[in-house]
Design a binder for this molecule. Structure first.
Ligand SMILES: CCC(=O)SCCNC(=O)CCNC(=O)[C@H](O)C(C)(C)COP(=O)(O)OP(=O)(O)OC[C@H]1O[C@@H](n2cnc3c(N)ncnc32)[C@H](O)[C@@H]1OP(=O)(O)O
Length: 500
């Protein structure tokens, strides 16, 4: 009898739901689990949930333990062939238990999500109680920063269900099928009159390029699962362990840095050329692109890279880029991944539009995260670091383990042109003709540039050293190694009151 039941549970829901999923290019939940884990390592919990009462296989969610690349993980996978992957009371209990197990044993938790959210027909059993659906989120929040939590999203993630991905460190979304939304298109039309679709409102591209809730836009389910595996490879199993070291690889070398600061420069190419070949793993590549974030390895050891990218919006910091940096810095700091800042930043955006969006609040949040990060952190000024941009990129006042400048670096309260205009606007306006004005501006500009000369800043001990680009990688290897055992106490308190 047990074997027969087991086979029925393993088959999932009715054939018509499997056929509908296959027609959309979706895999069965058990196939997803098999793609994620090392072969033969999966041990399932609660597979007979609800089998006697309602005959809903596994109550629509598969949970258990396994290894990924030889390291233990806990996982859950919604089965959308069972009531669209909606959560009944046992579904909720299984999800809570597996997150608790991940937290208690100190291993990553992987969420393979494809769910209609709460099972509306069973709401009294699953929704309001102490171990109701809200407890899933409470447990996720408690585990956040203690163990890595990664989500691959293959289908809908409706209403309350949308918060499971939202509480994860990262979310990989499959384009065309994955969606996240608080209210379905039908509900939106009923409440607001807006006519929309799941894809237009909460599709993978929307969340990966516009809202920032998604981190990786994937073409296939296999790619989303591979992305989760790769994410885990940069992180320790929990916050008490060091980040895992891989075999070292050579770097491909740095691109030439343009002489003119007005010329856009792709800092992703710089980062890729600096780190171990093929190790750069960009996170949120499509969102707030003026700032690049990603993991990489230098000499086999993981680092988190935060880099300004002047290819987009001149590398100026906006509200979204400040949020992107904040979250990534917190992620690295939580999991003992040293931070490398590559600065080429004119500062934060100014103007009424960004003031109304709260640029001060968002910028303060980023600077808070940089201040609170106690993991080894090194700031490399590649080109410019102007104004509060220097602070946001872990400049000297933010206890970096080093501030390194390339010979192309400029550090100043603002660029020369803006500075001359700010100080001498009245005098310039009073000059008699264009020729005199141009000569005056050129003279003041030269004076200003002498003041901020990078060797002068080195001689005043503002920065720790100036290195040629070819020597930067070796310098970083030595300095990160020297910072490994640093004291990580930041402040005497429970937690700060962060600007959010
Ligand atoms: C914590 C608060 C919350 O989470 S409230 C949750 C609210 N959830 C929703 O509003 C989502 C409602 N469902 C949907 O929009 C669709 O089912 C989505 C998720 C888009 C999937 O569409 P599709 O793949 O076409 O499946 P379908 O609609 O044909 O449903 C298949 C069977 O599953 C059922 N189902 C679906 N959602 C729920 C649900 N939330 N609760 C209970 N049952 C649900 C459908 O009734 C359908 O059942 P049947 O095949 O008619 O027996």
């Amino acid at each position: 009898m047990v074997e027969g039941l087991r086979k029925r549970v393993e088959a999932g829901g009715a054939e018509k739901y499997h056929a509908a999923n296959a027609a959309r290019g979706k895999l069965f939940a058990r196939e997803r689990v098999a793609l994620l884990v090392d072969e033969g390592t999966f041990v399932e919990d609660g597979m007979f949930a609800n089998v006697m009462a309602e005959g809903l296989p596994a109550d629509g969610v598969i949970t258990g333990t396994a290894t990924v690349d030889g390291r233990p993980v806990c996982l859950m996978a919604n089965d959308s062939t069972v009531k669209a992957g909606s959560w009944g009371a046992r579904t909720v209990e299984k999800i809570i238990r597996i997150i608790e197990k991940a937290y208690d044993t100190g291993v990553p938790m992987v969420y393979l999500v494809d769910s209609a959210g709460a099972r509306i027909t069973d709401q009294v059993d699953l929704f309001p109680g102490r171990r109701g659906a809200g407890r899933i989120f409470h447990t996720q929040v408690r585990a956040s920063g203690s163990i890595p939590q990664a989500c691959a999203l293959f289908g809908p993630s409706a209403a309350g269900g949308a918060y499971i991905p939202a509480f994860c460190d990262v979310v990989a979304m499959v384009e065309g099928n994955a969606s996240m939304y608080l209210g379905s298109d039908r509900m939106v039309e009923m409440v607001t009159g807006e006519k929309t679709t799941l894809e237009a409102m909460g599709g993978a591209r929307v969340h990966c390029a516009e809202s920032g809730v998604g981190h990786f836009l994937c073409k296939t389910e296999a790619e989303a699962i591979e992305t989760v595996r790769r994410y885990l490879s940069y992180l320790p199993s929990n916050w008490t362990q060091p980040a895992p070291v891989a075999a070292a690889a050579d770097a491909t070398g740095l691109p030439e840095i343009p002489a003119s600061e007005r010329q856009a420069f792709d800092m992703r190419r710089f980062a890729k050329g600096l780190v171990d070949e093929g190790s750069f793993f960009e996170i949120q590549a499509l969102w707030a692109r003026e700032l690049t974030t990603g993991f990489a390895r230098i000499d086999g050891k993981p680092v988190g890279v935060v880099a300004n990218n002047s290819m987009f919006k001149g590398g100026v910091l906006f509200v979204d880029s400040a949020d992107k940096a904040t979250r990534f810095v917190q992620l690295c700091d939580a999991f003992n991944v040293p931070l490398l800042f590559l600065a080429d930043v004119p500062g934060f955006m100014v103007g009424s539009a960004v003031e109304k969006q709260g640029i001060i609040r968002h910028g303060a949040k980023m600077i808070t995260a940089i201040s609170e990060a106690t993991v080894p952190k090194i700031c490399v000024v590649v080109r410019k670091a102007y104004g509060a941009g220097l602070y946001a990129m872990a400049g000297p006042g933010f206890e970096p383990d080093a501030t390194i400048a390339l010979p192309t670096a400029k550090i100043a309260v603002m660029g020369a042109e803006a500075a001359v205009n700010a100080v001498y606007a009245n005098k310039i306006a009073a000059l008699p003709d264009d020729e005199t004005r141009a000569a005056f501006v050129a003279e003041k500009r030269a004076e200003y540039e002498r003041d901020i000369d990078i060797m002068r800043l080195a001689s005043e001990l503002v920065i720790d050293t100036v290195v040629e680009p070819g020597a930067l990688r070796d310098e970083l290897v030595r300095r990160f190694a020297a910072a490994t055992g640093k004291n990580r106490q930041f402040s005497r308190r429970r937690h700060g009151v962060t600007p959010v």
